[in-house]
Ligand binder design. Structure first.
Ligand SMILES: [Zn+2]
Length: 562
C-alpha cells in the first residue's frame, strides 16, 4: 500500500496519542524509496539509489538493500523503477496570491502578436459577459507596434464596459476609453508622482499608464472578496506542490493576507512559505515594533516571516530600472530612494535583525543596494544577515565580486532570459548591446562565487521549476529559438540549476539547516521526476514531469500515473 498524506498524518497522530512501541520507533522506516537515482545535493554523498524516510525526516540514504533493511512491518516500499529523486524545489522569489489569481484570469503571456492578444481578449470578454470589468495580465510589449498599446486598440475589442490589462512585468497597464473616463483621466490630468500617463502628439492620453499612474484606474477595479482571495491562495499552494515545490519565498505580504495564508496552510499543509513583509521607508520605531510582532507570531511551522522586501528601482522595458548610462531616447530610470534614504532604511532593518530583500535591476540600482548593505554592516557591526538583491538583471561586471565579499545573495529568476519575442524584440534593444551582454549573466554570477538562488517571480513567469531549469540550461524557448541560445556563454549545467533551485534557494530563505539537500536528519522534502532531468537531452528538459512531491514525509502531490 502506498501511504498518502492522510495515512501518515493519522499514524503520527496515533503515535502522539498512544506512543509507538520503542523498538519500532528506533528501527524502522515509514517508507523507503528503492531502485532509483537519488540526487541528494549533499556534497558528502551526492548520489545514491535509495532513501528511507521516518516521520517528517530522512532516515538514511544508501543502496536499495540497505534501505530495505531499514523497513519493518508496515513500511511502505516505493519502487522508483530507475526514476530520479531530487530535494524538494524551493522558489526563491514569487507572489503566490497573484499566481493563484493568474491561474484563472485572462492571461496574455504567450501572445506575441497583436492578433493573438486581440483574439484572447475578445474571447474572454465574450465568455465572461457578467463580469463588470475585463481585467487580466501578461501582455508583452512586443505585441504592439511601437512597444506600447493604445486605448483605440482595446476599444475595438471591449466597448461595453471598462477594460484594464496589466503588462507581464506588472509595471505598465493598458486601459480602454471607458476605463479612462471612469477614472477621470483626461489631457488635463497631471502625471502622479512616480508614474506617467502616456500621451499622443496632441496631448491626449493614449491608454498606456506607467508605474504609479496605473493606480488611477486600478483603484476602481472591484476588489476580490475575502473568499475569492482565500480560494486564490489555496489554488496557488496546490499548484506549487504540483510543480514539485516544497518551499517558496513569498516576495511581499501584508498582515491581512498573512492571516488568510496561515489558515490556508493549516487546512492544506502542502508548502513551506517564507514570507517577506513590505519595507517601510525610514521606518519609525512603531513600524518596526508592528513588524516585529508579526515576525514573532509567524516564527515556526509552515509559514514564517523573517524578511523585508523593498524596491530600489523599476524594470528595463518601462525604462524605470536605474542605470548609470541613459536608455535609448534618454532617461536613466527611477530610483525609488536617494542613496541616503536607502542607507538609513536598510540600516534600521539590519539593526533590528531582519534579512532585507531589495529589488534592484539596473546597474545603478544594484550598486545602490550593495552599497546600502555594506554601509549597514559597517554601521551596525553585523555580519551574516544574508541580505539579498532581487533580480540582479544588469549588474556591472565589476560589482559581481561584491556579492561574495558582502555575503549578499543574488536572487535571480531562471526564466528571465527566456528569449521570446518580448525579450529579443524589446528587452535586449532597450538595454543596447553593451548592457545586454552582461544582463541575466547567471554563469558570471556563479563564477564570481556568489550564492545564487533561483526563483520564478510567478506570475511574471510560470513557477513550473522544470521550465526554469530548461531555460537556464538552454537559454532557448521550448521551440529551440534562437539556435544555440541567447548569450550562450551564460548557460548553466543542469546540476548547477538544480542546486540554485534547492540548496541555494533554501539558504536564501534561511532554511538550509533543515531543507535543500537530502541527508539523514533533514526534512523529507523530495520530488520524483520523469524522465531523468540529468540524462535527457537539454532540449527535452522542459518535458520533465513531476510524479510525486513529498513535504516533511507527507505526499502533497501525486500524478495520476505514479
Ligand atoms: Zn517579484
Amino acid at each position: 500500500m502506498k501511504r498518502g498524506a492522510l495515512g501518515l498524518a493519522a499514524a503520527a497522530m496515533a503515535a502522539a496519542l498512544w506512543g509507538a512501541p520503542a523498538a519500532e520507533r528506533a528501527g524502522s522506516a515509514d517508507r523507503v524509496f528503492v531502485g532509483g537515482r537519488i540526487w541528494t545535493g549533499d556534497p558528502a554523498r551526492p548520489a545514491a539509489e535509495a532513501l528511507a524516510v521516518r516521520g517528517p525526516t530522512v532516515l538514511a540514504v544508501g543502496t536499495s538493500a540497505e534501505m530495505r533493511a531499514l523497513g519493518g512491518e508496515g513500511t511502505d516500499v516505493v519502487d522508483l523503477h530507475g526514476r530520479l529523486v531530487v530535494p524538494g524545489f524551493v522558489d526563491g522569489h514569487l507572489h503566490l496570491l497573484g499566481g493563484g489569481f493568474a491561474l484563472e484570469q485572462l492571461r496574455l503571456d504567450d501572445d506575441f502578436t497583436f492578433a493573438a492578444v486581440a483574439a484572447r481578449v475578445r474571447k474572454w470578454a465574450a465568455t465572461h459577459p457578467r463580469k463588470p470589468w475585463v481585467t487580466g495580465e501578461g501582455w508583452a510589449y512586443a505585441a504592439f507596434p511601437g512597444g506600447l498599446p493604445t486605448r483605440a486598440q482595446l476599444d475595438a475589442l471591449v466597448r461595453d464596459r471598462p477594460a484594464f490589462l496589466g503588462s507581464y512585468d506588472g509595471h505598465t497597464a493598458w486601459a480602454n476609453t471607458v476605463a479612462l473616463r471612469l477614472a477621470g483621466i483626461t489631457r488635463e490630468t497631471k502625471d502622479p508622482p512616480g508614474g506617467a500617463i502616456v500621451r499622443d502628439d496632441a496631448g491626449e492620453p493614449t491608454g498606456t499608464l506607467k508605474e504609479e499612474a496605473m493606480s488611477l484606474v486600478e483603484r476602481l477595479v472591484p476588489k476580490p472578496t475575502p473568499l475569492e482571495k482565500e480560494q486564490a491562495w489555496t489554488r496557488a499552494v496546490a499548484q506549487a506542490a504540483g510543480w514539485g515545490l516544497t518551499g517558496v519565498q513569498q516576495a511581499g505580504i501584508d498582515e491581512d493576507d498573512l492571516a488568510v495564508l496561515a489558515r490556508v496552510l493549516d487546512a492544506q499543509p502542502r508548502l513551506r512559505v517564507y514570507a517577506a513583509l513590505h519595507m517601510e521607508r525610514e521606518p519609525t520605531p512603531e513600524a518596526l515594533a508592528r513588524q516585529d510582532a508579526l515576525r514573532r507570531r509567524y516564527s515556526s511551522g509552515l509559514l514564517r516571516v523573517a524578511s523585508i522586501k523593498g524596491y530600489v528601482d523599476g524594470v528595463v522595458e518601462a525604462h524605470t530600472a536605474a542605470m548609470f548610462e541613459p536608455y535609448p531616447g534618454g532617461g536613466t530610470g527611477l530610483p525609488n530612494y536617494s542613496q541616503g534614504e536607502l542607507d538609513r532604511t536598510v540600516a534600521a532593518y539590519d539593526k533590528a535583525g531582519w534579512q532585507v530583500l531589495l529589488h534592484a535591476i539596473g546597474d545603478r540600482g544594484i550598486d545602490m543596494a550593495l552599497t546600502a548593505f555594506e554601509r549597514a554592516a559597517r554601521a551596525n557591526g553585523t555580519s551574516g544577515r544574508r541580505h539579498r538583491v532581487e533580480h540582479v538583471e544588469v549588474p556591472r561586471t565589476a560589482d559581481l565580486p561584491r556579492f561574495r565579499a558582502d555575503g549578499v545573495i543574488a536572487s535571480t529568476q531562471a526564466m528571465f532570459p527566456y528569449p521570446n519575442q518580448n525579450h529579443l524584440g524589446v528587452y535586449v534593444p532597450t538595454l543596447g548591446p553593451e548592457r545586454a551582454k552582461r544582463a541575466l549573466a547567471f554563469k558570471a554570477i556563479d563564477d564570481a562565487g556568489a550564492v545564487q538562488a533561483f526563483g520564478s517571480d510567478w506570475p511574471v513567469f510560470t513557477a513550473e521549476v522544470v521550465r526554469g531549469i530548461a531555460c537556464a540550461v538552454t537559454r532557448t524557448t521550448v521551440d529551440g529559438v534562437p539556435a544555440g541560445g541567447w548569450e550562450p556563454s551564460q548557460r548553466l549545467t543542469v546540476e548547477a540549476a538544480l542546486r540554485h533551485f534547492t540548496r541555494d534557494a533554501a539558504y536564501a530563505v534561511q532554511a538550509e539547516a533543515s531543507t535543500g539537500v537530502l541527508a539523514p536528519g533533514l526534512a523529507a522534502d523530495l520530488v520524483v521526476l520523469s524522465p531523468d532531468i540529468l540524462r535527457v537531452p537539454p532540449e527535452r528538459i522542459h518535458e520533465t514531469k513531476v510524479l510525486l512531491t513529498v513535504l516533511g514525509g507527507r505526499d502533497t502531490y501525486r500524478a495520476a500515473r505514479f
